[in-house]
Design a protein around this ligand. Structure first.
Ligand SMILES: NC(=O)c1ccc[n+]([C@@H]2O[C@H](COP(=O)([O-])OP(=O)(O)OC[C@H]3O[C@@H](n4cnc5c(N)ncnc54)[C@H](O)[C@@H]3O)[C@@H](O)[C@H]2O)c1
Length: 438
């Protein structure tokens, strides 16, 4: 049987990457891309740059690099822009963030200095711990969305990009639940004009982007595009969207370990996670309302992977706690401790301790790169709405309202690679493998 792939428009010309929130993650990503372009470093951690994909049978020996298998924008074709409430240029931001060594930053100083954040849509109501001067003024949120669209048009004109994607790397906003104003596009648009408090800044950017047919990814746990009104807008304008909350340190570990326990039918009594971090993200999360948004995003993971309703004896009574402590001396170099109480044969208890000395933005930067390239691919392949195959990158993956999210990192990877195979008309890989023994 000959399978036909999906028609994918070529990745010609430049791809604009617009980022609301030019902080540690955004500048680590941009400085990294600039350094990689100059041959100074390698894109470690990026599936689009380093990953391969097996095609056909194991005996076929067809294992191209993902970047050679699907038409992705090249690193040299990326052009960056963004918004922040602080007017510092990209070099100053990256230097203050303290993630990358001065010597590396100095090697890309010229490129970073040209990055000047545009004035942000910002209201302290949604991020209590921050305040800055580089902020737009407007009569209402509708007008602010128009101003963001003007910024986008000017960026597109100035840089001559052919396509644009937007990725939220801004601070975590306060916890919000979907409300009436989010339930349909007309109500949402009315809400923008009436300055409805249910519409935080991140939704204003997302609305502006989706209205212009620009794909949007959400790197924070905010509600942002995870509402019916913006899902409707994405479908209406044929735009792909994905979120939420980059899956980096502790949650990455959780979604690696928990599927292993379940696979071996080992029980779990409790999982206590605590960590210290001292960057601006940590400071924002020191506010209980922003922490609540993060906590919700981190807590859902175990329940969905372990399925307590299916395995009540093993996972019916889990004590799951997550703590984040703002501790300035550590800067971006977070330390995360996990104490995991498991039990085995005949109920005998065991403990696992994880001490992960990680670097938050170093783990997040390749995710930003992959999401930007895959969202652009999705759009060129005519995919619209929620891109569940990108769940791999998120702590709290968006999915259709009637589904539960898939958190298991290994199922997420299989879904991602099978989506790429599907796009190119290759057989999906089921791992059945009986044919080798016929
Ligand atoms: N680093 C990680 O591993 C990781 C993992 C998952 C999620 N995240 C999320 O990614 C986001 C960025 O993390 P970071 O470490 O770069 O934080 P950061 O504080 O260094 O950067 C966030 C930036 O967003 C800006 N900002 C806030 N509200 C804004 C608005 N309305 N418009 C424009 N700019 C705005 C802030 O001024 C700040 O410069 C955070 O929400 C964080 O929770 C990070």
């Amino acid at each position: 049987m000959i399978r036909k792939g999906v028609k994918i428009a070529p990745a010609k010309g430049k791809l604009g990457v617009l980022i609301p929130g030019m902080g540690a993650v955004a500048t680590t990503f941009i400085a990294g891309v600039e350094a990689i372009r100059k041959g100074l470093a390698r894109p470690i951690g990026s599936l689009t740059q380093m990953g391969t994909i097996r095609l056909g049978k194991r005996t076929d020996n067809r294992v191209p690099k993902i970047g050679d298998f699907v038409p992705l924008a090249g690193l040299n074709d990326l052009t960056f822009g963004g918004w922040d409430i602080f007017p510092d240029n990209g070099y100053e931001i990256a230097a203050k963030a303290g993630v990358l060594d001065r010597s590396l930053l100095d090697a890309v100083r010229g490129e970073l200095e040209t990055l000047r954040p545009m004035k942000a849509v910002f209201n302290r109501r949604y991020v209590k711990k921050l305040d800055g001067p580089n902020v737009k003024r407007g009569r209402n949120k509708w007008e602010l969305a128009q101003q963001v669209q003007d910024d986008i048009r000017q960026f597109q004109k100035r840089t001559g990009v052919d396509r644009t994607v937007m990725i939220w790397c801004g601070s975590t906003e306060i916890f919000m639940k979907p409300a009436a104003v989010h339930s349909s596009l007309p109500l949402f648009e009315k809400g923008l004009k009436k300055n409805d408090p249910g519409i935080p800044s991140s939704m204003v950017y997302a609305y502006a982007a989706l209205s212009m047919g620009i794909p949007f990814a959400n790197g924070a746990p905010n509600l942002t595009i995870d509402i019916e009104a913006l899902r409707q807008l994405a479908r209406k304008n044929d735009v792909p969207i994905c979120g939420k909350d980059f899956k980096t340190g502790q949650t990455l570990m959780k979604t690696i370990l928990a599927p292993g326990f379940k696979a071996r039918m080992l029980g779990l009594n409790g999982w206590f996670s605590t960590n210290i971090l001292g960057n601006r993200d940590g400071e924002v999360l020191d506010d209980p309302e922003s922490f609540k948004t993060k906590e919700e995003s981190k807590l859902g993971v175990l329940e969905h992977i372990l399925q307590p309703s299916v395995y009540p004896e093993l996972y019916g009574k889990i004590h799951h706690k997550v703590r984040i402590n703002y501790y300035p001396p550590r800067g971006d170099n977070k330390e995360g401790w996990d104490n995991i109480d498991i039990f085995g044969w005949l109920g005998y208890p065991m403990q696992i301790k994880v001490d992960f000395l990680c670097r938050d933005s170093i783990l997040a930067a390749p995710i930003v790169l992959d999401l930007v390239l895959f969202l652009d691919l999705a759009q060129r392949a005519g995919m619209r709405g929620i891109q569940e195959w990108l769940s791999f990158y998120f702590k709290s993956p968006m999915c259709a309202p009637e589904l539960y999210p898939e958190h298991d990192l290994f199922i997420q990877l299989m879904k991602l690679k099978n989506t790429l195979r599907h796009l190119r008309g290759e057989d999906l890989i089921t791992h059945l493998g009986l044919e080798y023994y016929d």
